[in-house]
Design a protein around this ligand. Structure first.
Ligand code: AHR
Length: 502
């Protein structure tokens, strides 16, 4: 099969916000305890941060990390997690039916982010609490000194403010499973009042309101509209969440989740702009896709809670395979191609809990299959996203009647002169001969890297004993031709091709 990609240097869609390569750390299962934090682990530093996980997080290339939840956020008292560790209370966490030891909290998280080189994103509890708790938490984190909560932080050993910019106004507040779930009217008003006081303390904040928990929620659409109708003037972002499932165990059908993600984004953009239109406002609400990943193998109740209120039980420990990596690669292409409105996104989560990184408590850490498309996208997806004109054969699926076989995004970094092509061949039987036209970039390009992620067994996965089963390998079928390229993409392969001018 043949396909064609054409981009022109003068036709950029948008700058690509680095925050699109974010991830998520929740007090859930072994994400914090046994994941990023494990005092006594052979690689742990003096603060108990696992060095192997930190190293893999850097390699993953994640830019911003959301914390402390998730569902956990809606019952969390931030005060429980600061101050002398011996004085911190152990509490029941009703989100995940676990016991929360609170030996890791906001200050440890900010320290971990600094040591890892990522931006922290925090959220305020709008489930059991409200604007009052939010303003106190923000005062603790961001106010320099001279007030009760700022001085409390200083007394805890943090003289300088944390200066956290990006804040979530609650989590999935439309979900009946949420502690303190709300109607759109209740939440929209609370979000407005919370955002208002937060901005009064720190006008430089970036604030994200909760969209629907997922696209299948009964109130989807009307929730976004009503919430924004209340808090449009104070919100910068609205959140989207999605977890992909391989419902029928047919790869063609599974691929449909990527197209649905694209529709989801475009629908939410339309709703945001409808609220703006009603107000005759030029303001554009941006999208924060702050939870997305594959999650279906560990989605039963027994994967989500263990009896006896354990501390850090093994929950949601999804093992990812080769086909899941293709889905994640395709989703990243979709996020890049919506870079004009998706300015933030968080792979959920980072480690152990539906994570690209797996650890054994007391043992090693390794990369799951989905680690690779994420790391390569974060590494090479730099600069701006170009408007790609793609000619591709289509295939018929039940989910998407006219599914394009080739999905692709092209980024171009004027600072380095590098252009990266991300391409997914969704055909299960045929390779794709792709002609790539790079107009206006000049001749004499150099091929920097051509990698493919492909495994003949879609169910293959990386394990502790075989951590390099699903890994990217060089694609030798890529050549420079004129001012463009020609590439042969294997069936069911995700690819990245990087070239440089001159
Ligand atoms: O990421 C796991 C959970 O999924 C989060 O806590 C919640 O926000 C979502 O429903």
């Amino acid at each position: 099969m043949r396909a064609k990609i054409v981009v022109d240097r003068d036709f950029a869609l948008s700058d690509l916000d680095r925050r699109v390569f974010g991830a998520f750390v929740e007090h859930l299962g072994r994400c914090v305890y046994g994941g990023i934090f494990e005092p006594g682990h052979p690689t742990a530093d003096a603060k108990g941060f696992r060095g192997d996980v930190m190293e893999l997080t850097r390699e993953l290339g994640t830019s911003i990390i959301r914390y402390p939840g998730g569902n956990f956020m809606s019952g969390y008292n931030w005060e429980d997690g600061v101050g002398p560790v011996e004085a911190r209370p152990k509490k029941l966490d009703l989100a995940w039916f676990s016991t929360e030891p609170n030996t890791f909290g906001t200050n440890e998280f900010v320290d971990w982010c600094k040591a890892t080189g990522v931006e922290p994103m925090l959220g305020v509890n709008l489930g059991t609490r409200g604007p009052d708790e939010a303003r106190e938490y923000l005062e603790y984190c961001n106010h320099p000194s001279g007030s009760h909560f700022a001085d409390l932080r200083r007394s805890h050993g943090y003289e300088q403010p944390h200066d956290v910019k990006f804040w979530c106004l609650g989590n999935e507040m439309d979900g009946p499973w949420q502690i303190g779930a709300k109607t759109a009217q209740e939440y929209g008003r609370t979000a407005l009042e919370t955002a208002k006081v937060m901005r009064w303390i720190d006008p430089t904040l970036v604030l994200s309101a909760c969209g629907s928990s997922h696209r299948q929620m009964p109130t989807y659409g009307s929730w976004e509209y009503e919430v924004l109708d209340h808090c449009f003037d104070q919100a910068d972002f609205i959140s989207l969440h999605t977890y992909f499932a391989n419902k029928t165990d047919e790869i063609d059908e599974y691929f449909g989740v990527i197209d649905q993600m694209d529709s989801f984004i475009k629908e939410v953009v339309a709703i945001c702009d409808a609220v703006a239109a009603k107000r005759r406002s030029p303001k554009r609400i941006m999208l924060s896709f702050d939870e997305w990943n594959v999650w279906y193998k560990t989605h039963k109740i027994e994967h989500m809670r263990k009896p006896g209120w354990p501390e850090a039980p093994a929950l949601l420990e999804e093992i990812y395979n080769a086909e899941d990596a293709l889905i994640v690669g395709g989703a990243l292409i979709t996020l890049m191609n919506n870079a004009d409105r998706v300015k933030c996104a968080c792979l959920a989560q980072l480690v152990n809990v539906i994570g690209p990184i797996m650890t054994e408590t007391g043992g090693p850490a390794w990369r799951q299959s989905i680690f690779h498309p994420f790391a390569l996208s974060a590494k090479h997806g730099q600069g701006r996203v170009l408007q790609a004109k793609i000619d591709t054969p289509t295939m018929v699926t039940k989910a998407v009647p006219d599914m394009p076989v080739l999905l692709a995004a092209v980024t171009d970094d004027p600072a380095t002169g590098q252009t990266a092509i991300f391409a997914l061949n969704r055909s299960s039987s045929e390779s794709l001969d792709v002609e790539i036209g790079l107009r206006g970039f000049g001749p004499n390009r150099t091929l920097i890297e051509a990698l493919e992620l492909h495994h003949p067994n879609l169910k293959a996965s990386n394990t502790k004993s075989a951590p390099n089963t699903v890994v990217p390998r060089p694609n030798a079928d890529v050549t420079i031709e004129g001012d463009g390229l020609r590439a042969k993409l294997k069936p069911l392969s995700w690819n990245v091709i990087v070239t440089k001018a001159g």
